[in-house]
Design a protein around this ligand. Structure first.
Ligand SMILES: NC(=O)C1=CN([C@@H]2O[C@H](COP(=O)(O)OP(=O)(O)OC[C@H]3O[C@@H](n4cnc5c(N)ncnc54)[C@H](OP(=O)(O)O)[C@@H]3O)[C@@H](O)[C@H]2O)C=CC1
Ligand SMILES: N[C@@H](CC=O)C(=O)O
Length: 428
């Protein structure tokens, strides 16, 4: 039986897993799709590098065009990462009529529309399940499982590296730098981990989820982003005392046709299911008007979980090939993008301040909140010996982002406040 021939761009963490699954599960895959799937050629930067999985030397290449221009190759799996040269290779492969499977959220969030337009022109499939939340099949779930509903909220812990770091800081008191190194060694982090810790990786994933969930075209520029590099052990401890876990949370919301998407460290109430998502695990909470609350949970990064999603996409392409239905549009954005203003984005906030330790300070601070139309749920004030100041921790009721920004601007000018130590969104 003629095999379906696949070209693999990249043999790092994910690419190695793809080889292991395609070759290790060959028998099952063949029974599902009706022909063998063979990884014909593998692109790497350096053929001489030692590898964790043995591949014959003649299957390795350092020249992507050996794959992209090979007429025998039906499907290109892109797991090399980055924007260029991956984008050039993908567009050229589509031009040559090859189907694409990719785990590249950077590329799909930034240039997805262009890539999908080229795929439509050439009647080719482009599947990208692994680009969001690693082993959780959330993209197919949003496109197919929720097609009958109207989604109003998507909340996601969608970056494994930062969740791993925050969990270790919270549970073991570990230091940020040590745990980041561990996450890198485990293959969870991006080649430049700045995009993990500064929230960009999660923002790209939320742009993809928001696009699919709200049927509009959201880009990275539409996502408000803040990473975890400023999260301190003190914040985590204060959170715990008040019944919260700190999580890097992506939140995409829709009210009528107005949308907001943001990624920020968030105090999540410990009773909310997202608070219990630890380590490299990811979870995506989806609220649909008809279905109500749903949540999808699983490993968000790492070799085998991510490769599971990549190979599932590969199987989907091959099934389409057998049926002759490649290039079917899986998703068409049909709603005009309308983004909420800062006046329309509302949430509760946690604010921690270092203030002068003298009478009347609390009254001045609560007055600022009142003047900016922000009401308070709780206020805790305590002397702090280590800083010779007092510490005030406030949790607000729902307030608009614009009002909170006014509060913070007033605080900058208030002489009784020494430092605004931290501000978090609060969920749950
Ligand atoms: N790691 C994870 O858990 C997850 C990763 N992803 C995404 O999957 C993709 C791959 O990630 P990952 O496997 O971790 O990345 P790695 O850095 O581990 O692997 C990248 C691979 O691509 C090859 N490569 C990179 N650039 C080039 C180039 N210019 N020319 C030829 N070969 C190149 C490298 O070659 P060589 O081996 O010779 O260096 C390596 O084999 C990324 O888009 C990432 O965002 C998605 C979900 C989870
Ligand atoms: N660096 C990413 C990898 C998967 O997308 C993460 O940590 O989630």
């Amino acid at each position: 039986m003629e095999p379906i021939k696949v070209g693999l761009l990249g043999m790092g963490t994910v690419g190695t897993g793809v080889l292991r699954i395609v070759e290790g599960h060959q028998d099952d895959l063949q029974k599902q799709v009706g022909s063998p799937i063979r990884i014909e050629k593998v692109l790497v930067q350096n053929k001489d590098k030692s590898r964790r999985y043995a591949v014959e030397a003649d299957r390795l290449t350092e020249n992507a065009w050996d794959i992209v221009n090979d007429p025998a190759i039906n499907i290109v799996v892109e797991v090399m990462g980055g924007i260029e040269p991956a984008k050039t290779y993908m567009l050229a492969a589509l031009e040559n009529g090859k189907h694409i499977v990719t785990a590249n959220k950077d590329l799909m969030a930034l240039h997805g529309a262009e890539i999908l337009a080229k795929a439509a022109e050439k009647n080719c499939d482009v599947f990208y399940e692994a680009s969001v939340a690693g082993g959780i099949p959330i993209i197919r779930t949003l496109i197919e499982g929720f097609s009958s509903d109207r989604i109003t909220k998507i909340m996601g812990i969608v970056n494994g590296t930062t969740n791993y770091i925050l969990t270790k800081m919270s549970q073991e008191g570990a230091s940020y730098a040590d745990v980041l190194k561990e996450a890198q060694d485990l293959g969870y982090a991006e080649s430049d981990p700045t995009s993990d810790v500064e929230g960009l990786d999660a923002a790209r994933k939320m742009a993809i989820l928001g696009t699919l969930g709200f049927h509009t075209s959201l880009g990275l520029g539409d996502v408000q982003v803040k990473g975890i590099s400023q999260v301190s052990k003190e914040d985590i401890l204060y959170g715990k005392r008040l019944g919260y876990e700190v999580k890097l949370l992506g939140i995409a919301e829709r009210q009528d046709d107005m949308i907001s998407v943001g990624v920020q460290p968030t105090m999540v109430k410990t009773t909310h299911p997202l608070a219990a998502v630890g380590g490299v695990f990811n979870a995506v909470y989806v609220y649909g008007e008809a279905v109500g609350e749903t949540m999808f949970y699983g490993p968000g990064a790492g070799e085998m979980p991510t490769a599971t999603s990549v190979v599932a996409d590969l199987v989907a392409v091959v099934k389409n090939l057998k049926l002759g239905v490649n290039g079917r549009k899986m998703f068409v954005p049909y709603k005009e993008k309308k983004l909420k203003t800062a006046e329309q984005i509302a949430s509760k906030y946690f604010v921690r301040l270092h203030v002068q330790d003298k009478a009347g300070v609390l009254a001045k601070i609560t007055q600022v909140f009142a003047e900016c139309d922000v009401s308070l749920e709780s206020v805790v004030q305590q002397p702090n010996k280590s800083i010779a100041e007092a510490e005030i921790v406030i949790v607000t009721h729902d307030a608009s982002l614009a009002s909170m920004n006014r509060v913070l601007a007033e605080f900058e000018a208030l002489e009784v406040i020494q430092t605004i130590k931290s501000v978090y969104r609060v969920e749950g």
